[in-house]
Design a protein. Structure first.
Lengths: 321, 254
């Protein structure tokens, strides 16, 4: 069924990308594109934004699928590793210190924060390769990063920085441009490649840790692939878009019934579906009228994601009962 | 040959030296906590001994490339976990992961493994819809699909009814007959007596007996290791273990 799922997702993307370029506060008529500054809007505003939505969504979708496979748990999410909060902390520090005023420094701070998170994770849990220790280390790093972020907010040097930080943390793709694409593209593609390489080992983990090792999986190598793959993808995503939740959790669930349920078979469709979800959600954020600007993408996705999560929990409760 | 030389695992195993031969069914027996699973994991190259070495055809298992080791030694763990509700065919195909033989060879091996365990009709069935016996067969088919020269199984008969136990033991016999080395951790001493060519008895981490079942699983050894007063009934190949009521509890053990 995977073979039909991927063309279907590609077709949906082929349809959604051009449509998303036309939609926004200024609706562009494809038959009269010259009117109303259509070309600059398309090339300088909407095209980079669409590319970013595809990159961030695709990365989060694939990272979510890989995490669920790695932890053998359908409730796992790329946020569990604590890399996203660390990247967010990096970005917050760039606001705090004022370096964010230079636009290109913010994503670099975020990438550095993400890299620090990856290094911490590898340092604490890297030797053993045990999944449980790894998850706990990730949760510890996440809560530490969260606390430091809150500290930075409470010690914010001026109200302007405070509001910048809070708004940025909500996650959005508004006002992003080609420089952001340049920041996000290389790490996201590299991360996706690394996750792809982890695919067979994730499949073997379906049978549990000892069976996977008997099939030739090296747990330490897999851990490195996961830290590097998820770290690159999530770090790049946070660097350009802030915290975007639920994509990594929800998308693999939506896609799984249409695959043979092997983690590796889930990676590509989850990337495509994540890209589609973020593109459509961002487009809706742009169109929906909201006093004082547009709906923040991170908020919108959490609004969609929370009820979905609840539904998932209820379904699991039914299964247990 | 799969051999251990002075294999020691801190607290669990003490200087185990033995050589297992292909074409034989070897049973590892012993009370709970004797180190059976640890020894099996050492043999499979999944547990590094504190001291000593495990040799596969003369080469230390620990230094074999993981994929080469995986192609040579198939391991069936005790828990039988399957994290995702895959179909039987997808499950069996996981056994091909260490191979780089191409899709044709993979498909042939998967078909052969499913046929060997009478799973042809189950290819498209999700694992969650299998009975315990069907599931155990599917998990073993996964091991067979890898076409290993050695098959190491940790309590493969646990949770199976008697008919399925006998069917699985017959399958292990066929595999040994075709030249594979089969090593099973068994709790049921009668199954070991009737179906193994060779029995290793472990007690508190020490190898206390190693040889044909008739000479190792003697009533005196059973008394010494398990603390049971048992005796064998029936003919060779169809023996049953009977216990005298007074000695059947763990009284008088050491």
């Amino acid at each position: 069924m995977t073979l039909r799922l991927i063309p279907a997702l590609l077709a949906a993307l082929a349809l959604a990308v051009p449509l998303s370029l036309l939609a926004g506060q200024v609706w562009i008529d494809p038959l009269a594109p010259a009117a109303r500054n259509a070309l600059p809007i398309l090339i300088e505003l909407r095209l980079p934004r669409a590319v970013l939505a595809l990159l961030v969504g695709g990365g989060l979708g694939a990272a979510g699928a890989a995490m669920q496979g790695y932890l053998r748990n359908p409730l796992a999410d790329p946020g569990l590793f604590g890399i996203a909060p660390m990247a967010a902390l990096g970005a917050v520090l760039s606001f705090w210190t004022g370096y964010a005023a230079q636009g290109w420094l913010l994503p670099l701070f975020a990438l550095a924060g993400g890299a620090l998170g990856m290094a911490l994770l590898a340092l604490i849990a890297g030797r053993t390769g045990g999944v449980a220790l790894f998850t706990l280390a990730g949760m510890m790093i996440a809560s530490l990063a969260g606390a430091l972020t809150s500290l930075a907010i409470s010690l914010s040097p001026n109200p302007f920085a405070l509001s910048e930080i809070v708004t940025w943390l909500m996650g959005a793709l508004a006002d992003r441009g080609w420089p952001d694409v340049l920041v996000a593209l290389p790490p996201t593609l590299a991360g996706l490649l690394v996750l792809w390489r982890a695919g067979p080992a994730l499949d073997a983990l379906t049978l549990g840790e000892s069976a996977a090792r008997s099939l030739g999986v090296d747990p330490a190598r897999l851990l490195w692939l996961m830290v590097a793959g998820v770290g690159l993808v999530v770090g790049a995503g946070v660097a350009v878009a802030g915290i975007i939740g639920f994509v990594g959790l929800v998308v693999p669930h939506l896609v799984r019934p249409f695959t043979d349920r092997r983690p590796s078979a889930l990676l590509l469709p989850s990337a495509l579906a994540g890209a589609l979800l973020l593109l459509v959600a961002d487009c809706l954020c742009r169109i929906l009228p909201l006093a004082g600007g547009e709906l923040r993408l991170g908020i919108a996705l959490s609004l969609i994601g929370a009820p979905f999560f609840l539904r998932l929990l209820l379904a699991m409760r039914r299964e247990i009962a | 040959m799969l051999a251990t030389k002075q294999v020691t695992v801190a607290v669990r195993l003490e200087a185990i030296t033995t050589t297992l031969r292909p074409g034989e069914v070897t049973a590892i027996c012993g009370p709970n906590g004797a180190g059976k699973s640890t020894l099996l994991a050492c043999l499979a190259g999944l547990h590094a001994p504190t001291e000593g070495v495990v040799l596969l055809d003369g080469h230390p298992v620990a230094t074999l490339p993981p994929l080469a080791r995986a192609r040579a030694i198939g391991f069936l763990p005790q828990d039988g976990a399957v994290a995702w509700d895959v179909t039987v065919e997808t499950l069996v195909r996981l056994g091909r992961l260490p191979h780089r033989a191409g899709p044709k060879a993979d498909a042939a091996a998967v078909r052969a493994a499913m046929a060997a365990l009478d799973l042809e009709g189950f290819a498209a069935r999700p694992v969650s819809a299998l009975s315990g016996g069907e599931r155990a067969r599917a998990l073993l088919a996964r091991v067979l699909a890898g076409e290993p020269r050695w098959i190491l199984a940790d309590e493969p008969l646990a949770s199976l009814d008697l008919a399925h136990q006998l069917a699985l033991l017959a399958r292990f016999r066929v595999l040994a007959g075709s030249g594979a080395g089969v090593v099973l951790v068994l709790h049921d001493l009668a199954q070991a007596m009737n179906h193994a060519d060779r029995v290793l008895i472990l007690d508190e981490g020490r190898l206390v007996a190693d040889g044909p079942p008739e000479t190792t699983l003697t009533p005196s050894m059973i008394g010494e290791v398990w603390g049971l007063d048992g005796h064998w009934l029936g003919e060779s190949g169809a023996r049953a273990l009977a216990f005298s009521p007074a000695g059947s509890a763990l009284t008088g053990h050491r």
